[in-house]
Design a protein around this ligand. Sequence first.
Ligand code: NAD
Length: 426
Amino acid sequence: MQYYTDLSFIPAGAKGPWATYLEQVDRVAPYLGKLERWIETLKRPKRCLVVDIPIEMDDGTVAHFEGYRVQHNTSRGPGKGGVRFHQSVSLPEVMALAAWMTIKNAAVNMPYGGAKGGVRVDPAKLSRKELERLTRRYTSEISIMIGPNLDIPAPDVNTDAQIMAWMMDTFSANIGHTVTGVVTGKAIALGGSHGRRDATGRGVYVVTARAAQRHGIALDGARFALQGFGNVGSAAARNLYAHGAKLVAVQDATATLRNTRGIDPHALSEHAQRERGIRGFPGADVIGAEDFWEQEVDFLIPAALEQQIDAKRATKIRAKLLIEAANGPTEPEADDVFAERGIIVVPDVIANAGGVIVSYFEWVQDFSSYFWSEQEINARLENSLSDAFRSVTQTAENHKVSLRTAAYIIACRRVLEARALRGLYP
Ligand code: NAD
């Protein structure tokens, strides 16, 4: 009998982040026991919304943009995941990013499912007013799918606290009262949480420190290379620098720089904010984009976009630990090369989970309108991530698998156990 159970909107055999995610799930199947019965749940998104976003441009013309919100899974709670504004955003990419949120939230035991959104736009080409109109119309279009108990967006690539403020305001205006908990990553003045802006980068530092300790690498004096110097990358660099580590190479969309004596991330942050990128920073030399991957370092930290490291690049990399601050930077074939070469990969679903953990704290604070201090937030973040890292390393040792497969074992079991307990309706 032919049941037509494939996804019509994803071409069979298509490469890309969604295919990477599916392969990561397949690698976990042997460890799921009876729960494997439910594995198909993980291989298809629960809901996908594609919207048209028409806005009036400053010159009076009308432009249309494509927007998405995907809820990959809601077995363990409401959807949770960022919103990305980027010219290469597509439905399969948002599906993969939503699925990684399902895995991440379960791996660090947040009471959420996984979701993600995005708009196919290069925001650098819009004026501030156009960006605001785009954000508001996008929010209005996806408002049937979001809400504090339904799905809670947050910042991702090219979105920030201002975009979250416009989203919160639009949602609140449409519903008739202020709903602070509809998004996280807001400014403190709007019910945001202390520590949220730098939380993902701080979390990257926390897991790097734990992994370094486990592999006998002293953080003080360790050398690291960083791809991506935005919200996550710059905060990770500043936190690592504060603990004595040295940034020796950095790449963003504008340039690739190296200084073997170390680059001051505070000075680089100021430059990058002023110049909208690291290009022209005086404290380092320009090197070729491909040379970035060959630097001899203790930690290599991709903190930009997915699909940066294929098998070919993996053979060139000379790092002891790969810390995935970005979502999905490593292809499955590259994972195999790293395993052969003894390079440890700390997977995205743990390495960059600091953001969603503090988003959870923000959400809880908004519900109760009772706010915690920054010290409290940072201490709870460190505890949550250290616990998650400990259980992932323990599971990896028990099953003799990579940290990624271990994180997926923990996460997929949690999601599928919830699925099995809830049963099927009707
Ligand atoms: P951001 O927009 O603040 O920064 C993105 C950085 O990547 C910029 O420095 C940009 O120049 C660089 N970049 C873009 N294209 C590049 C290319 N082709 N080559 C090299 N560099 C390039 O975004 P962000 O919020 O820092 O997110 C970075 C990554 O971290 C993404 O994978 C995102 O999904 C992930 N992440 C973000 C958060 C968060 O809280 N913001 C949480 C978890 C994971």
